[in-house]
Design a protein around this ligand. Structure first.
Ligand SMILES: Nc1ncnc2c1ncn2[C@@H]1O[C@H](COP(=O)(O)OP(=O)(O)O)[C@@H](O)[C@H]1O
Ligand SMILES: [Mg+2]
Length: 352
């Protein structure tokens, strides 16, 4: 069942948090809302769920208007960051809750809950209470509870944030597997770009209550529409430059510190001031003053195992981040004069 949002506005006590938002989510797809804290992700998710009223606009599930339906009539399952399990109920009864509320007979409850717990790898823990589970296990219970009612839409608000790095990846894989298997339309909220890139069919990057860009993970990463998206999704270097490039797709020269470097324009530009977007891994450091390289000085080096992160200072004083694969090139000492070479197909120039 697809989700369509049209001209949505949401306020808290007179303060607009979401204004004029439109979004279409394909049936059966995994859609992620990605953005920094406070940008309105939870508000949008809770409006889709029906816990926060829409002040204006329309919300449709499978073409049917649900804008004014209460949450229990929207056929949704929800998973929250803090699990929101009933502490005084067993794992089994937590998962059974939605089925009992819908008056399913005991035998059906037993079979469905058993299968749901089995599916998340907790078949043996039905009799435990949530307090006796690890964080990862609790979130699996919450996932089983959301899915056991076979909802049309699954909504998840930062469900992995409270888990440590290793568990986060395990539960992440379980979520993606279950979603693909059940082909349930899913809206997943996170501020973690790696999570968003790894899990999603499509990502909507949010900024101050608006969707700044919607696209596939590779579109969001490789063709960011704005400096904000490039920075949030990839920690890109953003530098103001002068350009004569005009056409979308054109690869042309741009002027930076008096040196011409080559970059690609994913969208049309007005010649003049623009933003150069260069991800740390798309810049190469060359020894000395190679021709066409941008002169810089190594300011800082950090060895991170698989890669080494450098901070380099340009002649004009700007500092750029450069990541090199550790190994052969991992040899530039702080203070060294170097040249920077930008990958012309990956370095972008965007409207400022
Ligand atoms: N219940 C509330 N009452 C008033 N303001 C709120 C409430 N919930 C969130 N906000 C405000 O709305 C904005 C968006 O919040 P939220 O949707 O929680 O963002 P996110 O989930 O992206 O961190 C923030 O400025 C936040 O302070
Ligand atoms: Mg939130």
């Amino acid at each position: 069942m697809g989700i369509a949002i049209e001209d949505l506005a949401v306020s808290y006590g007179g303060t607009r948090v979401i204004d004029g938002l439109a979004l279409a989510i394909e049936p059966g797809s995994f859609f992620t809302l990605l953005g920094p804290s406070g940008c309105g992700k939870t508000t949008l998710l809770r409006t889709i769920a029906g816990f926060v009223p829409a002040e204006r606009g329309h919300l449709r599930f499978g073409g049917a208007e649900v804008t004014h339906l209460p949450p229990h009539r929207r056929d949704i399952g929800m998973v929250f960051q803090d699990y929101a399990l009933f502490p005084d109920k067993t794992v089994f009864e937590n998962v059974a809750y939605g089925l009992r509320a819908r008056r399913h007979p005991d035998a059906a409850v037993k079979a469905k809950v058993g299968a749901a717990l089995e599916r998340v790898g907790l078949g043996h823990l039905g009799a435990r209470h949530p307090a006796a589970l690890s964080g990862g296990q609790r979130q699996r219970v919450a996932l089983a509870r959301a899915l056991v009612i076979q909802p049309q839409v699954l909504l998840m608000d930062e469900p992995l944030s409270n888990l440590d790095a290793k568990l986060r990846i395990q539960v992440r894989e379980t979520i993606v597997e279950l979603q693909r298997e059940a082909k349930i339309t899913t809206v997943f909220v996170t501020h973690d770009r790696e999570e968003a890139l790894a899990m999603s069919d499509r990502i909507g990057v949010m900024n101050k209550g608006r969707l700044e860009q919607v696209g596939s993970p590779s579109q969001i990463y490789r063709e960011p529409a704005t400096g904000y998206v490039a920075d949030f999704v990839g920690g890109a270097n953003l530098v103001e430059v002068e350009t004569v490039t005009r056409q979308a797709g054109e690869i042309g020269p741009i002027a930076l510190d008096g040196i011409a470097i080559t970059a690609r324009a994913p969208a049309a530009l007005t010649p003049g001031r623009a933003i150069l977007v260069a991800r740390p891994e798309d810049i190469i450091i060359a020894e000395g003053h190679a021709q066409d390289a941008l002169p810089a000085t190594v300011a800082h080096r950090q060895y991170l195992g698989g890669k080494t992160s450098y901070k380099v200072t340009l002649a004009g004083g700007r500092v750029l981040a450069v990541d090199l694969q550790s190994g052969a090139h991992d040899r530039f000492e702080p203070g060294a004069s170097v040249g920077l070479v930008f990958d012309p197909t990956k370095t972008l120039v965007l409207a400022s």
